[in-house]
Design a protein around this ligand. Structure first.
Ligand SMILES: [Zn+2]
Ligand SMILES: [Zn+2]
Length: 320
């Protein structure tokens, strides 16, 4: 039976849906594929052997590129992936996070690739905090271990419906910081910047900077501890992300942080151009594929010229 991958779906999530649609419990599906026990599907997310990809392509009719595309094999952000752990000890990370409202809105509930990143703490769509445990039994997501024909929105340990989990509150300032960091990563990856490694090291040190669970790296903390880190950092100077960087890099990061993400920065840019240059065409919705880095640099140059004469919401940070 064919199961189409959903937008941003993680390979393991699709595998669990594929198994159940074919009348096989996920744990037994590992045997069908000739794979071992335990976290067999999260391991495939990290490394998908070519023969397994070919077998899945043959059995499911889904193109092999689409199957490989669901894995988390991009090297740049891999240090930010939550480590695979079968048992969730208190205050420690689990391998997977979820937004109950996203699951509730899905026709066929599925887990997103972005939920695997330690730098993610909230849902950009619903504005609520992510969860990394079942609220009823406190275990992590264990769909790979499901022995019944039960869809993955039900906890594999206690069958609680994860879509019914209550909303987790995250301060607006922390969500702004999270979105800005996500955008900074995207921009630096798109530019093929050599700074991405250092950027990720800084992100991994966030708990030390915030003084939460000192000595632990970001990927080792539970989602609720990471939310505390982001809430603490959101009210502090941004020097932890910009110090010792090349001027242009530091300035671009400050701009994105001050605007609260590149979407807002583009809107500020559009307003700015309207006011100062009477721009003909709006840049509020850049065409698909617009080079954000080029846009940011143009914005940066334009604001430089106006910096001494006009006040502008995102200019204040550049003055210091
Ligand atoms: Zn959501
Ligand atoms: Zn449970």
């Amino acid at each position: 039976m064919a199961i189409d991958p959903q937008p941003d779906e993680l390979l393991s999530s699709w595998l669990h849906r594929l198994a159940i649609a074919n009348g096989i419990a996920p744990r037994l599906f590992a045997n069908v594929l000739g794979l071992g026990d335990g976290m067999w599907s999260p391991r495939l997310d990290l490394r998908l052997p070519r023969d397994v990809a070919a077998l899945l392509c043959h059995q499911s009719g889904v193109p092999q590129e689409a199957i490989s595309g669901m894995a988390m094999t991009g090297p740049a952000l891999s240090p930010l992936l939550l480590p695979l752990r079968e048992n969730a000890r208190r205050n420690r990370s689990t391998w997977m996070q979820y937004c109950p409202q996203c699951l509730a809105g899905d026709e066929a509930p599925y887990f997103r690739r972005q939920w695997r990143l330690a730098s993610r703490i909230s849902c950009f769509l619903h504005g609520c905090g992510l969860r990394d445990r079942c609220p009823a039994c406190r275990s992590g997501i264990a769909s790979f271990d499901q022995t019944e024909l039960m869809p993955q929105q039900f906890c594999a340990r206690c069958a609680f419906d994860l879509r019914r989990a209550s909303k987790v509150f995250v301060k607006t300032s922390a969500r702004r910081l999270e979105r800005s960091i996500d955008d900074i990563c995207k921009v630096e990856m798109a530019k093929g910047a050599t700074t991405i490694g250092e950027l990720i090291s800084r992100l991994l040190r966030v708990p030390i900077i915030a003084g939460v669970a000192s000595g632990k790296t970001l990927t080792n903390l539970s989602t609720s501890s990471r939310i505390r880190c982001f809430e603490w950092l959101a009210d502090k100077p941004v020097s932890w992300l910009t110090a010792d960087e090349h001027d242009a890099v530091a300035r671009r990061r400050r701009l994105i942080l001050a605007a609260g993400g590149h979407g807002r920065l583009i809107a500020h840019f559009a307003d700015f151009m309207d006011k100062h240059q009477g721009s003909q065409s709006s840049v509020r919705s850049p065409p698909p594929g617009a080079d954000l880095a080029v846009l940011l640099e143009a914005y940066s140059r334009a604001t430089d010229r106006a910096i001494r004469t006009k006040r502008h919401p995102v200019l204040a940070v550049l003055r210091g």
